[in-house]
Design a protein around this ligand. Sequence first.
Ligand SMILES: *Cc1c(COP(=O)(O)O)cnc(C)c1O
Length: 491
Amino acid sequence: MRYISTRDNSSALPSARAIDLGMVPAGGLFVPEEIPALPEVKPGESYQETAVKVLSPFLSDFSEDEVASCVNNAYTGESFDVPGVIELAQIGSGKFVLELWHGPTAAFKDVALQIMPQFMKFAKVKSGNSSHTLILVATSGDTGKAALEGFRDTQGISIVVFYPHGGVSEIQKLQMATTEGANTHVVAVKGNFDDCQSGVKELFGDEQLRKAAAEHNVVFSSANSINWGRLCPQIVYYVKSYFDLVEKGKITSGEKIDFCVPTGNFGNILAGYYAKEMGLPVRRLICASNKNKVLTDFFKTGVYDRNRSFHRTMSPSMDILISSNLERFLFEITGHDARMVNRLYAELSETGKFDVGDWVRNRMASLVEADWVSEEEVLNTIGTTFKEFGYVLDTHTAVAVAAANRLSDDGTPVVIASTASPYKFSGDVLAGLGGEKPLDEFESINMLRNRSNTPVHRAVDGLRQKAVRHDEVIQIEKMRETVQGIIGTVS
Ligand SMILES: *Cc1c(COP(=O)(O)O)cnc(C)c1O
């Protein structure tokens, strides 16, 4: 399988090279030249077995043994606290919650970020890259910690994470600040997530900086979902959860279902789109947003308009106005129309908006339905779901459950992607359960445990005792200088 650019500004490259680079050097994102067919999944096979089958055709320049080695190193009993990596819970007739947060940092991003460093190690060797790799990450909270844990102490690779100062939860901040490992850097930026993400994109495009790095034998790469190595592992759990439902007798083989995904950067839901295009029986994808409803408006009107105020919500990992992976989606659904993508993204950077027109809008509507959920509804949904089913949702998953409750009423089964453990956002979850929200997050964690009678996720348990090792805060303009400083220390 070769990878082409959404902007037609790169030659087709093997997957190792696409993963090693992270994004297209001239701008644009790598996508597979074609979408492979769904492999045969046998009932009862392990997550690891399904993962090898789903991933192999996307990584055809890796041997099957190499893919299996990546899978087995990533999805161990030590990293994931359930034997099957993911779990399905049921909340009512035909509604299922796909728990993707059993990894080391309590967010779904672990599923991808535990395996991506494994891909990278092979990808470096295969692409003849003997330089030191510096991974640049912008995070709205969860990617940062998941990437830090994934890459911590990985030979030949360092990582720097930029997060919005004051824009992540107390627990997310502590998780990142206490990261160990000699190759990890964590920096708070005085701006919001979009500032961090745009800043990182600029660093990637900075020719001078790239040259300065090369002099120290350092190259940059990305662990954000703009990297294909981050995206493709997410396809696996759409496939696996479908066949788990078949095996449990909840659906019949071939029956179409919906997936509802709490969306920010459009990475997770895009993996669902790829699963559908591979042939998984998916009727539609539901794109659920919080108050930052730029995607909902886009799917309804065909106009993507980021010129609006940014809201801080209880689901900070979805507080995003520029959804990077939408570019891949537009490229795919238009039959690889790079000219159109170039035009739209030039417009976006000039005017902050673009209009895809009726044809594309109708095409999108046949695949994706979108809706957004208010803060009040998030709290209500957490409360009613607990009351009716004894099940505790985190604030991001609650956005998706609320959207699914509203949109799925015709009996088609729906799987809701649960992207974080409720313990990662205990205070707000407690508020949803109707309790007082204590000022102290650790107090909230205790109260949530008592209230819900569920075990505290190990990612937050014991966090208070850990030493803070990263406390740097910088202005947006200093991101470049910070990276320059790190380059000097890794070589
Ligand atoms: C990252 C994240 C999301 C958004 O996922 P995208 O792939 O960016 O759309 C939703 N919920 C949680 C908890 C996350 O960490």
